[in-house]
Design a protein around this ligand. Structure first.
Ligand SMILES: [Cu+2]
Length: 406
């Protein structure tokens, strides 16, 4: 009896084996292969220099009109009172050129698993507030978290908390690490004393951590685009911004401001008595909500131009109040694949706040296409266009451009 049972089990196992149930174990790309994977990549130190750039009267519609719809853009829907963006520099703090599509979003910070990421951050003198860089999906200790914390150190706010509140004009060097768990994309943002206001000013960028190039799941892209979906409050009415761009250092350590012979939190000081370089952009942004991509609205974002056959990476992140400002990103013209293990193709993706998504587009469908938030009352504002050109087509424009450069 036992022998018969054993024979039956053997037969079933043999049939399962023949039917391919165990194929994964011997597959060259199966999990067994991944678990034994050993990279030959030698981790490196990635060093970035990032400072801030303050703009008064940021124009969300620089082309002056809605490019894909009939919306009329009134001045009340066009400007932000104040923005601060992260900008990348060389080691001498000279600003580097940034891609046309980057606009209000910060530079992409990249790393490969095993790398150290060193970010030299310098808060500009005219920001008027302490700022920081807090990274998602990288590893750090408390000193390098980039977060203002009441519990540390004890002498706050007299001395500040180093990387959690870099004072205007000061620098801090963040030490971060990309580990296996870091693989994927995430945002970074200021997380200092006035967190909500810092986000409302535009201090948001993206981080990409890749597997090493010899990893079986490594994907090579022709180009990478980072898009930040964010809602801003337009300014109520035109104001004189010429007096606000002061580069004087305050006599008090920010976020305290001088008043009545001492240093006080600005919340305790009447606003008409704040120093001229201190502005509360939330207080000045009581106008209508404008939903933007990288700080521009109504398909005014330029620079998303691709060539048929390219593999494009879209790193997309929203940073808004979940619930009231829920977003979805919808691509016309193409189906994209999420860099997860699901391998599904879709043209609409959820954008919960602060969750970055990592998308692959294989550009095939020649044309000019919209990408926009599919929440109805956001759609016409929170829109950009991208273009896929065929280099072989006579009227593509690319033919003449490439001819002229050779
Ligand atoms: Cu939306």
């Amino acid at each position: 009896m036992e022998a018969k049972k054993a024979l039956r089990i053997c037969l079933v196992l043999a049939l399962l084996s023949l039917s391919g149930c165990f194929k994964q174990e011997s597959s060259p790309t199966g999990p067994a292969n991944l678990s034994s994977f050993k990279s030959t990549y030698t981790p490196i130190k990635r060093e970035y220099w990032i400072t801030t750039e303050t703009t008064f009267k940021w124009d969300m519609v620089p082309q002056g009109e809605a490019m894909m719809t009939n919306d009329v853009i009134t001045p009340e829907r066009r400007y932000l009172y104040k923005t601060i963006r992260y900008v990348q520099t060389d080691s001498q703090w000279n600003k580097l050129a940034q891609p046309e599509w980057q606009q209000l979003s910060g530079p992409i910070i990249r790393a490969t698993v095993g790398d150290s990421v060193l970010v030299h951050f310098k808060n500009g003198l005219n920001t008027g507030m302490p700022l920081s860089i807090h990274p998602h999906n990288l590893f750090y200790n408390e000193t390098n978290e980039g977060v203002w914390r009441k519990d540390r150190p004890k002498d706050w706010p007299a001395q500040g908390t180093a990387g959690g509140s870099v004072q205007p004009g000061d620098e801090f060097l963040y030490h971060w690490k990309a580990e296996e768990k870091s693989v994927g994309v995430g945002p970074y943002h200021s997380h200092s004393f006035h967190l909500a206001e810092e986000l409302s000013l535009g201090l948001i960028g993206t981080i990409i951590v890749d597997e090493p190039p010899d990893h079986p799941e490594y994907v090579k892209f022709d180009t990478t685009i980072a898009l930040v979906f964010k809602t801003y409050l337009a300014m109520v009415s035109p104001v004189d911004t010429t007096m606000k761009d002061s580069t004087k250092k305050d006599t008090c350590t920010s976020p305290l401001i001088p008043w009545n012979g001492g240093c006080h939190p600005r919340e305790h000081v009447p606003q008409d008595q704040w120093p001229e370089n201190i502005v509360d952009s939330m207080a000045h942004g009581g106008g209508p909500e404008v939903h933007t991509i990288n700080g521009l609205a109504y398909a005014n974002l330029k620079g998303l131009s691709f060539v048929k056959g390219q593999k494009i990476r879209f790193v997309v992140v929203a940073m808004d109040d979940e619930g009231t400002q829920n977003h979805t990103i919808h691509f016309h013209g193409e189906m994209l694949q999420e860099m997860s293990r699901t391998k599904l193709y879709k043209d609409v993706f959820d954008l919960p706040s602060a969750v970055a998504i990592d998308l692959i587009m294989n550009a095939e469908n020649v044309g000019k296409w919209m990408l926009h938030c599919h929440v109805e009352h956001h759609a016409s504002e929170m829109m950009a266009t991208y273009e896929i050109r065929d280099p072989l087509a006579a009227d593509s424009g690319l033919t003449s451009a490439s001819n002229s450069t050779h």
